[in-house]
Design a protein around this ligand. Structure first.
Ligand code: GUN
Length: 294
């Protein structure tokens, strides 16, 4: 069994980007600038956005955190989005999800300039991704593909079962894995909450991508010997004995499942760190693409 070490690979990617940024600086070029918009004080979102901004600093990017109060109106947020679209200093930006309930998420994501949409959430970019065109691929599915590539996991002609049909992970990864190419060419089954017998499907899977958010959902008796296991779940479970008052766990019952798996991602330290690395990669791409037009 091989651990798919997302922390290690994400550090390699960040080192590669650091080098590119240093070269850009040496050539007197503007370095990539990522902005992140956070509305409200959701604990997990604060952690993620803080981590994204810290990573920017480490690798030599410029970064701007725009932290708005939870009472921010939809109109105020849309104004901020328009401002970022028009700001030539910003190469790419993200609006951290979830947004407060009184704000229409779709409306906000639609307002983001697709050329600055380093999250790849805009329909233009999602559509391009589905059509194999050059675009920004959402960081989490992009990170999973990169992890599979760098560990040279054989996916060709394999049966991949994706659990979860979210717009951010399940849906896009099911498309990417079915496409032609490295870490792809899979026969994909997309399972979700209405799927009749998930265990019957997962037992047939050569590769399982679980993006459900249910702690320890995937048990060893649901997994075939030698399967590749990708755990996208990151759930905070309350635990008073921990310093932070919680611990992080994935969708996979790691210890018993790892005994059957050929490759497996840990939580934490698997897909999570890859997501940040690929967001940075997208921001670098946004900078390079922008330099053609500005
Ligand atoms: N919320 C959970 N994951 C993500 C992500 O990748 N991007 C943004 N913007 N919000 C998220």
């Amino acid at each position: 069994m091989t651990i798919l070490d997302g922390k290690k690979i994400s550090n390699e990617i960040k080192d590669e980007i650091t080098l590119e940024v240093a070269n850009m600086k040496e050539r007197g070029e503007k370095v990539p600038h990522l902005a992140a918009v956070l509305v409200g004080n959701d604990g997990a979102s604060l952690t993620y956005v803080g981590s994204k901004v810290r990573s920017c600093k480490k690798i030599g990017f410029e970064s701007t955190l725009i932290h708005l109060p939870s009472e921010t109106t939809e109109e105020e947020l849309l104004n901020k989005v328009h401002e970022l679209n028009a700001d030539p200093a910003i190469d790419g930006y993200i609006v951290q999800l979830p947004l407060p309930k009184h704000i229409d998420e779709e409306k906000v994501l639609m307002a983001v300039d697709p050329d600055k949409d380093v999250d790849g959430f805009h329909p233009t970019n999602f559509g391009k991704m589905a059509l194999d065109m050059e675009t920004f691929i959402s960081a989490t599915p992009f990170g999973i593909m990169e992890l599979l590539k760098r560990y040279k996991v054989d996916t060709q002609g394999k049966h991949a079962v994706v659990i979860g049909r979210s717009h951010i992970v399940g849906r896009p990864i099911s498309i990417l894995m079915s496409q032609k190419g490295e870490a792809a060419n899979c026969t994909v089954t997309l399972a979700h909450s209405r799927t009749k017998d998930i265990k019957e499907l997962t037992l047939q899977a050569d590769i399982i991508v679980s993006a459900l958010g249910v702690p320890r959902f995937l048990k060893a008796d649901m997994v075939k010997e030698g399967a590749v296991i990708i755990d996208v779940g990151i759930t905070r479970v309350s635990d008073e004995t921990k310093e932070k008052g919680y611990y992080i766990t994935g969708d996979v019952d790691f210890e018993p499942v790892s005994k059957k798996a050929s490759f497996i991602t840990p939580v934490p330290g698997g897909v999570g760190p890859m997501t940040i690395a690929m967001l940075l990669k997208n921001t670098l791409l946004a900078r390079e693409r922008n330099s053609n037009t500005k």
